[in-house]
Write a protein that binds this ligand. Structure first.
Ligand code: NAD
Ligand code: HP7
Length: 313
């Protein structure tokens, strides 16, 4: 049984980490969050220690590491806002633990280099949560593409609409300096997935970019991709809205729909299983996705001419 500590325990995604730690048969020994609304811990680990101050959390983990052999923390799970990830990963590694860090692992590619230095210094490892890589439909599609005899490029349309209310823009998620913006905070999942499926990134053009919606064109070794990403309920297609849906996720490959909108439950637990078995995705595996989002954040907007997504009115 491994010991875990958790940073960002009061947030939206933290319970998925608590469940994954619990369901893989491990123990949460300590949690940190400046916000003390963390009663959810009792549902999984009623004996976990909780800290609202970083310094007390640090002292506690240090004691476990140095004085309490056998009880040291093996993994620090990081669920804090995106711009704090690199700092929290450094803390985890220096504490003598491996890190399991939420996406996006960092905001800019050069942040990866800095954390890699600490990995080398400490001999510890960073793992990331990129749960689409463990989604059964995506794994099946990857195998199919890898077994193809020819190297032709597929035509892919990716539409990812996940409605968020006004709160989103007011929170750290709506602040580009803290979240990286919509393409970094939400889109990173599918840019990573596209790279995982279709190989090296060759071209990255942005047609539209604002706080709640972005769109563009990406070309990979094995695909040409028109993508559209939105947080606006009005962008959910009418038929889906009439079915009561607030989320619309679609990938078509050469006009054929890949069923992947279901199957999102429990992907954190699947990710933890892989990490615990030594198959976690590390810093280097994140580089393409982080380069992609950093470019989308700052790229000049190109006037759409040919390859723009049909939802871009
Ligand atoms: P959130 O705002 O709900 O939670 C973040 C938590 O971090 C808050 O409780 C906040 O108090 C805490 N926090 C802020 N500063 C801190 C600090 N210095 N030290 C410790 N804790 C601090 O956000 P969220 O939606 O839970 O997102 C957390 C992370 O998880 C982000 O990186 C986000 O991108 C990622 N996320 C991933 C998925 C996924 O599908 N993989 C889903 C949601 C969020
Ligand atoms: N929701 C909240 O109540 N609070 C939140 O902070 C977020 C959502 P889904 P996930 O928004 O930051 C996705 O779209 O898949 C509500 C991204 N992950 O299924 O869990 C929301 O209004 C993630 O990387 O959300 O998370 C819905 O009612 C990103 O950080 C419900 O929760 C996160 O949005 C479920 O919403 C975010 C993927 O797209 C895989």
């Amino acid at each position: 049984m491994k010991n875990f500590a958790l940073i960002g325990a009061a947030g939206f995604v933290a319970p998925r980490h608590m469940k994954a730690i619990h369901d893989t048969g491990n123990n949460l020994v300590a949690a940190l969050d400046p916000n003390d609304s963390v009663g959810i811990i009792d549902s999984y680990f009623p004996n976990a220690d909780f800290f609202t101050e970083f310094e007390r959390f640090d002292r506690h983990l240090d004691k476990l590491h140095r004085l309490n052999k056998g009880n040291q923390v093996d993994y620090v799970s990081i669920c804090s806002p995106n711009y704090l990830h690199d700092s929290h990963m450094r803390f985890a590694l220096r504490t003598g633990a491996d890190a399991i860090c939420e996406k996006p692992i960092v905001l800019n590619p050069w942040n990866i280099d800095g954390v890699q230095d600490i990995e080398r210094d400490t001999g510890r490892k960073v793992n990331t949560i990129l749960q689409l890589r463990v989604h059964p439909s995506i794994i099946a599609l990857r195998e199919k593409i890898q077994n193809e005899a020819s190297d032709h490029k597929h035509d892919v349309d990716l539409t990812y609409i996940t409605s968020r209310g006004h709160w989103y823009t007011q929170s750290w998620k709506g602040d580009v300096h803290k979240s990286g913006g919509i393409a970094t905070n939400i889109g990173v999942h599918f840019y990573d997935m596209l790279h995982y499926l279709f190989g090296k990134l060759q071209s990255n053009v942005v047609h539209h970019r604002e706080d709640r919606c972005a769109s563009g064109y990406l070309e990979y070794e094995k695909a040409r991709v028109r993508w559209f990403l939105s947080l606006n309920y009005e962008d959910v297609p009418e038929a889906a809205r009439n079915d009561g849906q607030r989320t619309f996720r679609s990938i078509t490959v050469d006009g054929e729909e890949i069923e992947f909108s279901g199957g999102f439950a429990d992907l954190h637990t699947r990710s933890y299983e892989g990490i615990l078995a030594g198959r976690g995705f590390g810093l280097e595996e994140n580089r393409t996705a982080i380069e992609t989002v950093a470019h989308i954040r700052d790229a000049e907007i190109t006037k759409p001419e040919g390859d723009y997504h049909p939802f871009l009115k």
